[in-house]
Ligand binder design. Structure first.
Ligand code: NAP
Length: 294
């Protein structure tokens, strides 16, 4: 239980509501900032502004998955107010206060460092990334269905990268009956692809390997689908680029060649905000409970 823990939730989207629900069940005291347009009431949660928070009693601060912008602005879909996180806010918290965010940037890193507090980047955790790969794979299936006129079953699909997302995506498309090949650059990954019953290829040979695919799904956060590679691909190939912005595709050249290439960020929050929120809520509840036991 999180009895007597004071958690400040600042901004966010529907995912934050799942987190608030979970923390409220665990008996935490929750202060919500940037939720003035939300009508739901949560037991143990009250609405505040950044100015009226009692910072000296705060044990944890939860920021949205996006963290802050490069000038400290925190996005919220439940308010029109502007929310700017400042180092002075963090300095007023007790030394043990931990800041939780999905991702970070220079601004947030600097704020936390200057205030001498600690920051946990939830999206960098293996467990969160693996759980999140499930709604990401489902969202990719949705996009493939929406943007092609063929079935996934028997389609020739190439997945680039065998990380946490690549593995789930490759397995999902294979389970739907697609002919899946996976590109990777490490020998242990090529071995794993073989073990999964899929066709491995080294990304050095990407140009030859993408010559006959109907769908190419990229998860490698580097420019791998270059103009050179695109020039040899069939015109009908759909590219779904899941890698974080700017993706791994030369979108300018793809458009020039008349190919459909889609950058698809943030699929978990789009296709399954409730599940995506529950994933974060479960991991966060575990982390806060462990902190409480220390
Ligand atoms: P990950 O576990 O780090 O996987 C990335 C994979 O790419 C790794 O296997 C890595 O191999 C490989 N790689 C990197 N550079 C390469 C190169 N030049 N050639 C061949 N392979 C290379 O990351 P992840 O969690 O799967 O996430 C992948 C991307 O998807 C990230 O950009 C992430 O932000 C994004 N993402 C998007 C969504 C969405 O909704 N669109 C959702 C979740 C994540 P090594 O391990 O050998 O480096």
């Amino acid at each position: 239980m999180l009895t007597d823990k004071h958690v400040v939730v600042i901004g966010g989207d529907a995912r934050q509501l799942e987190i608030i629900r979970k923390l409220s069940t665990l008996d935490a005291k929750i202060s919500m900032v940037g939720f003035d347009q939300l009508n739901d009431g949560f037991i143990g949660a009250s609405k505040h502004t950044l100015e009226d928070i009692e910072w000296s009693s705060v044990d944890a601060i939860l920021l949205p998955v996006s963290g802050t912008s490069t000038d400290g602005n925190i996005e919220t879909v439940f308010s029109n107010e502007s929310l700017i996180l400042k180092v002075e806010h963090l300095q007023k918290t007790p030394k043990h206060c931990v800041i939780y965010s999905g991702i970070s940037n220079n601004y947030l890193d600097q704020c936390v460092e200057k205030a001498e507090r600690s920051l946990v980047k939830l999206m960098e955790r293996d467990d969160v990334a693996i759980y999140n790969s499930i709604p990401t794979a489902e969202g990719t299936v949705m996009m493939a269905i929406q943007h092609t006129d063929i079935t996934i079953h028997r389609a020739k699909v190439a997945v680039l990268g065998l990380g946490r997302v690549g593995m789930s995506v490759a397995r999902t498309f294979s389970a739907l009956g697609a002919e899946v090949k996976v590109g990777a650059n490490e020998s242990h990954q090529l071995a794993r692809i073989t073990e999964m019953g899929l066709k491995p290829f080294h990304t050095d040979h990407i140009k030859e390997e993408l010559k006959d695919v109907d769908l190419c799904i990229n998860t490698i956060p580097a420019r791998v689908i270059t103009a050179n590679v695109l020039a040899e691909m069939p015109l009908h190939t759909l590219i779904i680029d899941l890698a974080s912005k700017p993706g791994g595709t030369d979108f300018r050249y793809a458009e020039k060649r008349g190919m459909k290439a889609l950058l698809a960020p943030g699929l978990p929050g789009i296709v399954a905000p409730k599940t995506a929120g529950q994933i974060l809520a479960d991991v966060l509840a575990g982390l806060l409970t462990t902190e409480t036991k220390k």
